[in-house]
Design a protein. Structure first.
Ligand code: UDP
Length: 402
C-alpha cells in the first residue's frame, strides 16, 4: 500500500508536512465518496489513489459504487452526453428510471458521514432520499460549459440541494447556481503502475505482448471509445500524416463499466481503420492494463488527444508527466495542462489538417519535441500531482466540516 511518505522524493518535505498539518484538523472525520465505477475512466483512476491517501493522513474516508443496471447506465450515458451539450429525448420514463435507481440504492445505503461527495450525474439524485445531516458536495468531472438546457433544468432540482459544486475549470461554473462553486483540477498519481518509472525491458515486454511494433514512430491516443474522444477524427488525422511520414497509430481504449456506448464506437473505429489494420499501421486495443498504458505512452513520439469535449483529460497529464509532447484539442480542461508551443500544441478539434501539421512538425524536430516534453513534466510536477489534489480536498473539507 502506498502512503504519503512515498511521495517525498517527488514533491519534497514542505508539501508532505503541509498535508499532515492540514489533515490534523480533520482527524477521524468520516467522509464518503460515491461514484458509479471502480474501473475505467478518470474518476475511478483518481479515487483509487485519493481515498487511500485520505485514510493514510487520518481522515476516515470511504468509497462506494453505485450499482446501476444496463438500462440505468444507458440513460446516465445520455445524461453525460447531454451535460456536454448533446441533444436528447428527455422522456418521463428516463427521468423515472434514473430517480428510482437512486431511491433503490438509498434504501440499503446508510449514510451517517460528516460529508458526502457525489461524483458525476449517476448518483446525483441520492440526496433526495436522505435526511440531510451533513454537507453534500457534487463533484462534476464533465465539461459543463454548454449543457442541454432541458436536462440542466431537470438535474438542477437535485443540485440545488447540495452545499458545494466542484468543477474542473472556471469555464464550467454555472451562473444560475446560487451555491458555492469551486474549481479543483484533477491530478495523477506518479507512483501507480500507470505512471511510475519502468525499465526499458518492461516497456519492450509490453509492446511485444500486445503486438505493437516499435520500428516506426508511434502516435498514440489513450481514451475510452467515446464519441467525445473522437477516435474517428484521430484516424483521419493519421491518414493525413502518413502521406508525409511513415509512422503507426495506436488507439488504446478500455471499456468503462458505466459506459454502454463503448463497443459501438469501437466497432465504428475498426471499420474506419480497416485498411490499416492488417499491416498494423493502426492498432486498436481494448484491454485495460495500466502498465500497457505506461509503456505505450513512454514508447510514443507524440501523444494525441483530439477530444471534442473534455472535462479535464487525465491522459494529457499522464503523457506530459512522461516527458511526451501532446498535440491536443483546445477544449475544456486541456488548455490548463498544455501550453501551446511550449509543452505541445493546442488545435481546434475539427482542424484535422492543423493536428497533422503539428504532429509532423514534432516528428521531424525531435530535439524540440523532447524539450517540450520536459517542460510538460515540469508543469505536471508543479500542478497536477495527487498530493496537490489531496491538499485541495483538505482545504475544501476544512471549509465545510473542519
Ligand atoms: N485509460 C486506461 N486505459 C485505456 C483508456 C483510458 O487506463 O485504455 C485511463 C487513462 O489512462 C486515464 C483515464 O482512463 O487515467 C481517463 O481519464 P480522462 O480524464 O482522460 O478521461 P475520462 O475517461 O475520464 O473521460
Amino acid at each position: 500500500m502506498i502512503n504519503l511518505e512515498d511521495y517525498l522524493d517527488i514533491v519534497g518535505d514542505e508539501t508532505i508536512s503541509l498535508i499532515h498539518k492540514k489533515a490534523r484538523k480533520l482527524l477521524d472525520r468520516h467522509v464518503l465518496h460515491i461514484n458509479s465505477t471502480y474501473q475505467g475512466g478518470g474518476v475511478a483512476e483518481i479515487l483509487s489513489s485519493l481515498v487511500p491517501l485520505m485514510n493514510d493522513v487520518g481522515i476516515d474516508a470511504g468509497w462506494r459504487i453505485f450499482p446501476g443496471n444496463p438500462d440505468f447506465f444507458s440513460i446516465t450515458k445520455k445524461f453525460h452526453n447531454g451535460l456536454q451539450g448533446d441533444s436528447l429525448d428527455l422522456t418521463e420514463m428516463k427521468k423515472k428510471l434514473y430517480v428510482q435507481a437512486n431511491e433503490r440504492f438509498s434504501v440499503y445505503t446508510h449514510i451517517d458521514h460528516d460529508c458526502v461527495i457525489i461524483h458525476d450525474p449517476q448518483p446525483l439524485p441520492l440526496i433526495n432520499f436522505f435526511k440531510k445531516r451533513q454537507p453534500w458536495v457534487w463533484r462534476c468531472h464533465l465539461d459543463l460549459s454548454s449543457p442541454n438546457e432541458k436536462l440542466w433544468k431537470f438535474l438542477k432540482k437535485f443540485i440545488l440541494r447540495y452545499d458545494t459544486v466542484i468543477v474542473s475549470n472556471e469555464k464550467f461554473k454555472k451562473g444560475d447556481l446560487p451555491l458555492h462553486q469551486k474549481v479543483i483540477y484533477p491530478a495523477i498519481d506518479p507512483l501507480v503502475p500507470k505512471n511510475m518509472e519502468i525499465p526499458e525491458e518492461t516497456i519492450s515486454k509490453y509492446m511485444k505482448k500486445y503486438n505493437i511494433p516499435v520500428d516506426k514512430p508511434l502516435l498514440t491516443q489513450v481514451s475510452r471509445f467515446d464519441k467525445w474522444k473522437n477516435p474517428g477524427g484521430v484516424i483521419e488525422i493519421f491518414e493525413l500524416i502518413r502521406r508525409k511520414v511513415d509512422c503507426r497509430l495506436v488507439l488504446c481504449g478500455s471499456m468503462a463499466a458505466d459506459d454502454p456506448e463503448g463497443m459501438r464506437i469501437y466497432e465504428q473505429a475498426c471499420q474506419k481503420a480497416k485498411r490499416y489494420l492488417r499491416d498494423k499501421e493502426i492498432i486498436l486495443i481494448t484491454s485495460e492494463n495500466s502498465l500497457l498504458v505506461n509503456a505505450l505512452q513512454r514508447s510514443s513520439s507524440v501523444i494525441i488527444q483530439a477530444s471534442l469535449r473534455e472535462g479535464f483529460g487525465l491522459t494529457v497529464t499522464e503523457a506530459l508527466f512522461k516527458e511526451k509532447p501532446v498535440v491536443a484539442s483546445d477544449v475544456g480542461g486541456i488548455p490548463v495542462q498544455v501550453e501551446d508551443g511550449k509543452s505541445g500544441f493546442l488545435v481546434d478539434p475539427l482542424d484535422y489538417k492543423g493536428f497533422a501539421e503539428r504532429i509532423i512538425y514534432l516528428l521531424r524536430n525531435e530535439k524540440e519535441a523532447r524539450e517540450m516534453g520536459q517542460r510538460g513534466q515540469k508543469t505536471v510536477k508543479e500542478k497536477f500531482l495527487m498530493t496537490r489534489l489531496l491538499l485541495d480536498y483538505l482545504d475544501l473539507l476544512a471549509g465545510i466540516i473542519g
